[in-house]
Design a protein around this ligand. Sequence first.
Ligand SMILES: CC(C)(COP(=O)(O)OP(=O)(O)OC[C@H]1O[C@@H](n2cnc3c(N)ncnc32)[C@H](O)[C@@H]1OP(=O)(O)O)[C@@H](O)C(=O)NCCC(=O)NCCS
Length: 201
Amino acid sequence: MPSPASVPRPVAPGSPPAGSAYRASPVWPLTTERLRLRPVVPQDAEAFFAWRSSPEVVRYMYQPPWDRAAAEQKLRAWSAAPFDDVGDVIVLAVERDGAVVGETMLKWAAGPGQAELGYAMRPDTAGQGLATEAARATLRLAFTTYGFHRVFARIDEENTASVRVAQRLGMRQEARLVESDVRDGVWSTEVVYALLDRELV
Ligand SMILES: CC(C)(COP(=O)(O)OP(=O)(O)OC[C@H]1O[C@@H](n2cnc3c(N)ncnc32)[C@H](O)[C@@H]1OP(=O)(O)O)[C@@H](O)C(=O)NCCC(=O)NCCS
């Protein structure tokens, strides 16, 4: 009798082999109509500081505002981080007309072909669809380059701007986790949005 490890697992049409994402080498930068996306470098610290130091921006990211030392430390760490196994994170700088105006993030999540999406933009760029455009490019990277099967976003229910980004991307609300976390000392509710590789438009 074969050992469980040698039994082939069923593979759905279009799924990556064995339900696992690839260790791919993307071609940078990713380009969209208005944006370029590329992995961060340490020199992005000053640009990231512009929004990551703002309490309003980081409020729903469940992270404290950065000081300059934190910006430098984080960008150094992210720039050197691998992206080839569960738990790894790749952070992309979003450029418009040569200036870094935002970030997107993919986290290699547990489970077959699962990844988490994140995004944040400099506040003065809001309301132009740039976050949606950057996030869509990041979803395409996740599905077509890395071969992830499902990408999800965890969003504080009160973060309506982020919920609208997820909805514009065609992501489906899959869960509402009532009072599953604490923000600013009060219970907060998280909604989970997700998209499958075959659903990206
Ligand atoms: C979440 C966040 C990135 C959303 O930014 P945003 O500016 O609302 O999103 P977009 O750049 O996609 O712009 C969408 C808005 O521009 C409008 N818009 C204008 N031109 C557009 C275009 N060409 N395409 C799409 N939308 C366009 C849309 O109608 C929309 O307005 P609405 O939300 O009032 O309906 C931003 O609020 C942010 O950085 N927040 C802090 C970090 C954060 O919370 N991240 C998410 C954690 S889960």
